[in-house]
Design a protein around this ligand. Structure first.
Ligand code: HEC
Length: 128
C-alpha cells in the first residue's frame, strides 16, 4: 500500500519538481498556465555545454519567463521585429541594456561572440 502511494507520488510529482526547479510551475500536478511557449522556452538549452551553462545562469532567468517581458527563447514571433533592427542594435542593447534588459544580460564575463551565440540560440536564427 505505502509502496503504491510512494510510487504514485513519485510519478505525479517528479515532473512538477523538475519544473519547479526550472521555475515553471507553482505546484504539484498543475499544467503550465501560459501555454506551450512558456514550456518550450523553459525546456530549451543550447547544445554547447559551455554556452548552456552561461545561458542557464543569465539569459534564461528572464528569457524563459514571460513575466519578465523578455522575448522568450524559441518564440520566433517575438524575436522577428527585434531581429529586424539588425545585429548592431541587438548587440548594443545586449551590452548596454535596453528597457527591462539589463546591461550584459547579467553575464559580465560574456564576450561579443558569446552574446551572438546566445541571441542566435534564443531567437532560433543563425546570426553572425
Ligand atoms: C533580468 C532579466 C533579463 C536577463 C537576465 C536577460 N535579459 Fe535580455 N531582455 C530582457 C527584457 C525584459 C527584454 C525586453 C526589453 C524591451 O525591449 O523592452 C530583453 C531583450 C533582449 C534582447 C532584444 C533587445 C532588442 O533590441 O530588442 C536581446 C538581444 C537580449 N535580451 C539578449 C539577452 C542575452 C544574450 C542575455 C543573457 C546573456 C539576456 N538577454 C539576459 C530581460 C533580460
Amino acid at each position: 500500500m505505502w509502496a503504491l502511494i510512494r510510487a504514485g507520488w513519485r510519478f505525479s510529482c517528479r515532473g512538477a519538481a523538475l519544473a519547479l526547479v526550472l521555475g515553471v510551475l507553482g505546484g504539484c500536478g498543475e499544467e503550465p498556465k501560459d501555454g506551450p511557449d512558456r514550456a518550450a522556452a523553459a525546456a530549451s538549452i543550447p547544445a554547447d555545454a559551455g554556452l548552456a551553462r552561461t545561458y542557464d545562469t543569465s539569459c534564461k532567468l528572464c528569457h524563459a519567463n514571460p513575466a519578465s517581458g523578455a522575448p522568450l527563447t524559441g518564440d520566433q514571433v517575438a524575436w522577428r521585429p527585434r531581429l529586424q533592427q539588425g545585429m548592431d542594435s541587438l548587440l548594443d542593447h545586449t551590452i548596454n541594456g535596453h528597457n527591462g534588459m539589463p546591461p550584459m544580460g547579467m553575464c559580465m564575463q560574456c564576450s561579443e561572440d558569446d552574446f551572438l551565440a546566445l541571441i542566435s540560440f534564443m531567437s532560433g536564427q543563425h546570426l553572425q
